[in-house]
Design a protein around this ligand. Structure first.
Ligand SMILES: Cc1cc2nc3c(=O)[nH]c(=O)nc-3n(C[C@H](O)[C@H](O)[C@H](O)COP(=O)(O)O)c2cc1C
Length: 305
């Protein structure tokens, strides 16, 4: 029986296949397509202190190789999450991480403390949010700001602390190192790339334009994501969770080869809602049929090729 467990410090998962924040709802949205208890972990949509309505329509546009979204962190807020969504996850024995987002260091720290008080085992910090106290520059683009944020969250949260890195920086390595130094247990990469999708049609002598500016995700970003994971793996000792354009087991192998310890599936869920569960069984069968007893053996083989 292949052992698919991820066992890297505080990052303990029954297998390395997770789903990415914002693409999988809060708890049971995908239950009709996949047995959620088979997944390494689902990551909730970003949760903020207060409920948010998000941005007005149009906030999604399909592009040639993915999509651009500008959802604007629509979510029910932490109190409703704790009251309505969390008990369901626990009752159904679904492994999960809570993705949290804030606009000040205090907001993140308060959210993390609430997670600690509710015995949540894994949180993922979405640091691609504007810091309203510092010129609205994103938390994730400056090493010092990011280091202080991780340190503060670390001081109140004892579980597995994952920091989700943005690729929209000059050196993702420096940001990863700042997270590691401040006490993060893992980093995940990448969040969406900055992008604009434009769709033009010409009707009755006039152009009609649809346009969304926000985060670019999906198949087209895989090379950028692999590059980020590879660069991080060269400098970090903490585990790396890779994501960006994963649509198949082969894509997962590419992320392992680049240095990822686990992966998250995002945009693919929208068109292939059963994909995460399918990849878990494909991984199991591949390991069983090809004599890989542990994930480390498989990763070792992928990295030596
Ligand atoms: C519609 C949508 C909403 C997202 N919302 C969040 C979010 O709330 N928090 C977060 O950390 N990342 C969010 N992301 C980023 C994804 O979790 C993931 O990092 C990114 O899409 C890259 O992976 P993919 O190419 O497999 O989608 C969102 C992505 C999409 C497409």
């Amino acid at each position: 029986m292949p052992d698919m467990r991820v066992n890297k410090g505080k990052l303990q998962l029954k297998n390395p296949i997770m789903t990415a924040s914002g693409t999988y709802g809060y708890n049971l949205e995908y239950e009709d397509f996949t047995d959620l208890t088979t997944l390494g972990a689902i990551v909730t949509k970003a949760i903020t202190l207060e409920p948010r309505n998000g941005n007005p329509w149009q906030r999604i546009i399909e592009t040639d190789c993915g999509m651009v979204n500008s959802i604007g962190l629509e979510n029910v807020g932490i109190e409703r999450f704790l009251k309505e969504k969390l008990p369901v996850l626990i009752k159904r024995k679904i492994d999960f991480a809570v993705n949290i987002a804030g606009s000040t260091l205090d907001e993140y720290t308060t959210l993390a403390k609430k997670c600690e008080d509710n015995s949540i085992k894994i949180i993922e910090l979405n640091v691609s949010c504007p810091n309203v106290q510092h010129g609205c520059l994103e938390f994730g683009v400056d090493e010092n700001t990011l280091g202080s944020l991780v340190k503060s969250v670390r001081s109140v949260f004892s579980g597995c602390l994952i920091v989700k890195l943005t690729p929209n920086v000059t050196s993702i390595e420096k940001l990863g190192l700042a997270c590691q130094a401040a006490g993060a247990d893992a980093v995940s990469a990448i969040n969406t790339l900055k992008g604009t999708g434009i769709k033009l049609t010409f009707e009755n002598g006039k152009f009609k334009k649809e346009q969304v500016t926000g985060g670019y995700s999906g198949r087209g970003i895989k090379p950028a994501a692999l590059s980020a994971v590879m660069r991080l793996s060269k400098v970090l000792n903490i585990p790396i969770i890779g994501m960006g354009g994963i649509y198949s087991l082969n894509d997962v192998f590419e992320f392992f080869a680049a240095g990822a310890d686990a992966v998250q599936i995002g945009t693919a869920n929208f068109t292939h809602p059963d994909i995460a569960g399918k990849i878990v069984s494909e991984l199991y069968s591949f390991m069983e049929n090809n004599g890989f007893n542990t994930l480390d053996e498989l990763k070792g083989a992928l990295r030596n090729e």
